[in-house]
Design a binder for this molecule. Structure first.
Ligand SMILES: C[S@@+](CC[C@H](N)C(=O)[O-])C[C@H]1O[C@@H](n2cnc3c(N)ncnc32)[C@H](O)[C@@H]1O
Length: 211
């Protein structure tokens, strides 16, 4: 099944691992895993990590559990119903890596969610929150309207509405700044791509080393 997945999940996992050094045996929290593929690709690349997935949809959680089992990764995953804004039941400071892909634009209160992420992260933990961007360049709009529509087929309209609901780099920086102000020291950066954005929260020691 992994072979048949679109490259975007594998690329997401590679980008996370390139951006953040997560400690061996670490605990990953995936927010809004949907059917789970992003986190499962990450676990495939890092056999030492464990994953907790929190999603608002029981149907999606069922799909994620089934996919994890089918990939032989069930023993390293747990999926629970919950919300990005509260991350209820996730212990403070217990997470080494928070990941999320294509979920942020659904969150009712992103500022509250970034605060919840700050709460659950261990001091040495990092975060990689990726989503589309609303402020597409002319080239990106042409891409989505033409090549994107052909490759995404009937899903193209959902893709376009997701992009329309997504945030701009400036808006994402504001969410990050709120989280950073609650715990000075953790540095947040916004990585800008052609169609997407990623808010990357670096642990204190890494942020200092990168300067
Ligand atoms: C577009 S899907 C993306 C799924 C997956 N991450 C992917 O990239 O394929 C968005 C997911 O976020 C979940 N979601 C939406 N709002 C949420 C919230 N406030 N807290 C947690 N999960 C949420 C939805 O149930 C859905 O599974």
């Amino acid at each position: 099944m992994f072979e048949r997945l679109g490259d975007e999940y594998r690329r997401f996992a590679e980008n996370v691992l390139a951006a953040l050094q997560t400690k061996k045996g670490g605990q990953v929290l995936e927010i809004g895993p949907g059917p789970g593929w992003a986190g499962l690709c990450l676990l495939e690349k890092r056999p030492d990590l464990r994953l907790l997935g929190i999603d608002a949809s029981p149907d999606m959680l069922r799909a994620a559990r089934a996919n994890a089992e089918a990939q032989g990764l069930g023993a390293r995953c747990e999926y629970r119903e919950g919300h990005a804004e509260t991350l209820e039941g996730v212990e403070a400071g217990s997470v080494d890596l928070v990941i999320s892909r294509d979920s942020l634009h659904h969150w009712d209160d992103p500022a509250k969610a970034f605060s919840a992420i700050r709460r659950v992260l261990a001091p040495t933990g990092g975060a990689f929150i990726a989503d589309g961007r609303r402020d597409l360049s002319l080239g990106a709009r042409l891409f989505v309207g033409t090549i994107g529509s052909i490759t995404a087929g009937p899903m193209a309209k959902y893709w376009k509405s997701s992009l329309a609901a997504a945030y701009t780099p400036e808006e994402l920086r504001e969410f990050c700044a709120l989280s950073a102000s609650e715990r000075p020291g953790r540095e947040w950066r916004v990585k800008e791509g052609f169609l997407d954005l990623a808010a990357i929260g670096l642990p204190l020691h890494t942020a200092a080393a990168c300067r």
